[in-house]
Write a protein that binds this ligand. Structure first.
Ligand SMILES: Nc1ncnc2c1ncn2[C@@H]1O[C@H](COP(=O)(O)OP(=O)(O)OP(=O)(O)O)[C@@H](O)[C@H]1O
Length: 186
């Protein structure tokens, strides 16, 4: 059984860019867990495929049961990644599950029996991170400041003993991608 891979790193460090390359090169090897949400399905969305659509009561019950490795509330709706949905990818779909989560999620995965491997994607420096986030054109001043503050906490945590199995500095994209593949297929 392939162990889930937990990918984390500051916003803007390049996680999505690297994963996009990986899925383009290996479309059949990897899977994502299906998240739970309390928001209403949009047209065409399928329960169990796009999301597990649940009520607020059910969601809260799952929180109490410690079913989630990560959950959050955005604009009035709950979203979460359950331990069971991660296991489903490796045990039923027989694919390698990749989780793209933050530091709190990383800590929480460590308290489960998921037996995950932890990979941290670091920016060359905070200044580069700021430039990339600005260059991506997705952030307001406020969200940029929030992401940079969170980035500093993520970088501090990454220095702790045992926080991650490997740290990849995403300076040169091709080099970082080669290192990512080496880690994942090891
Ligand atoms: N090695 C690199 N050199 C220069 N720019 C890069 C590099 N890797 C990624 N970028 C650019 O940096 C920006 C942030 O990358 P990306 O969106 O992949 O980050 P992320 O870690 O997934 O962020 P988030 O957690 O916010 O989703 C993008 O515009 C991307 O094109």
């Amino acid at each position: 059984m392939s162990r889930p891979i937990v990918l984390s790193g500051p916003s803007g460090s390049g996680k999505s860019t690297l994963l996009k390359k990986l899925f383009a090169e290996f479309p059949d090897n990897f899977g994502f867990s299906v998240s739970h949400t309390t928001r209403n399905p949009r047209a065409g969305e399928q329960d169990g495929k796009d999301y597990h659509f649940v009520t607020v009561d059910t969601f809260k019950k799952l929180i109490d049961e410690k079913a989630f490795v990560e959950w959050a509330q955005f604009s009035g709706n709950y979203y979460g990644t359950s331990i069971a949905s991660v296991k489903y990818v490796s045990e039923k779909q027989k694919k390698q599950c990749i989780l793209d989560i933050d530091m709190q999620g990383v800590k929480s995965v460590k308290n489960t029996d998921l037996n995950a491997r932890f990979l941290f994607i670091a920016p060359p420096c905070v200044e580069a991170l700021k430039e990339r986030l600005t260059g991506r054109g997705t952030e307001t001043d406020e969200s940029l400041q929030k992401r940079l503050a969170a980035a500093i906490a993520e970088l501090e945590y990454s220095k702790e003993e045992g926080a991650h199995d490997q740290i990849i500095v995403n300076d040169d994209l091709e080099k970082a991608y080669a290192q990512l593949k080496e880690f994942i297929f090891a």
